[in-house]
Design a protein around this ligand. Sequence first.
Ligand code: FE2
Length: 421
Amino acid sequence: MAYESAAQKTILVMENQKPTSNRRKFLTNAAKIAGVGAAGFIYIKGCDSEPSEVEPGPGNTHAFLTNPYLLTLEPEKVYVRWISNLKSYSWVEFGESENLVHKTHAVTNGLVNANTRIHEIELSDLKPGTTYYYRAASKQIIQFQPYNVVYGETIYSKVFQFKTMDEQAKEVSWLILNDIHDVRESYEHLIGLNKNEPYDHVFLNGDMYDDLENEMQVIDLMLKPCAEIFAAQKPMIFVRGNHDIRGQYAREMLSYFSFPKGPYFTYQHGPVFVIVLDTGEDKEDAAAVYAGLVDSEGFRKKQAMWLETVFQSDAYKKAPFKVVKMHIPTHYTTGSIGELHCRELFTPLFNQYKVDLVISGHTHVYGVHPPVKGKHNYPIIIGGGPAPGTRTLMKIKANSQQLHVQMLDDAGKEVGSYTVT
Ligand SMILES: [Fe+2]
């Protein structure tokens, strides 16, 4: 890892100003071309770095590299994550008003989590469907020796608010993005198309990255823009696409997210039971480009077996609407081995257990595909991206009577819709 202090100062000054789309564009381009990170780090493409081993450049004061970002899958729990530039002891202060009467830190095996830069605080025993206020805090650890811990500066985020999920909610709504492929200004643009309409969370349906070389890409190209635009207040739920699992840092990337049930999972959102599948790579595992380091086939088979138990569950059977979100769709792909494996494995299950809707990305060609009897008895909606003119925002609204999907192109025009009743 190498750093360069003059450029670092320049970027820090820019980051302290209110971002504009031009500035974002510049930073994105700078980050992609020159390898300049959000906090002013200069990174060398291809360098090795463990999440906890990245050190700040000279002269850096204690600072957050991201706003806090929320990840949650349960009505009574929220996972608050953020990243700081220096190792610290961190906690969250929160309450049902701006008077933050509670404080929580993380404990693992009898020790308070500390001396780390990547923070995860689980707020539990929350009330479903309730608004909370919170702020993140990190106290720098200058020295960490037995019997001799020396603290430095404590930094605090702004106070943000969020609302916990409500399994019993009569009406729910959320947004879906997919295939951003490192074009980080797309987050602001596409979320902006929603205008001021209320929504509960944002689902990121894979290929948010092109590939992953180092921590600064994880931060700059997704976490930082998302945390600035929505994720400090609206939870984001993420499933990986085939590009998100490529590159030397793809294995570390998961440590910046909270997957309490693993990378594939279910969640209940009001009347909607959601199944999230991690569809893995799109080519065969034996493809030379994977160098023997991919086992997507086994991973998908494991998910198919798990799906059988999900479909037998009371929660699935009782839910008015059953939605699957998976990056690679079961149909309308180019037909590579991995894509066909998704089709062969999951289509019979979706048909047999009557899923109401499958929402995907991956193909970069948006479209609404109604059920085709004997092939896929369920509708498939595919979001587009990443190039301007092909990007989409999906808006989902559901109550106990109907679930409606609206797809907007990046000019804000409706280019597809589907209603399940
Ligand atoms: Fe993809």
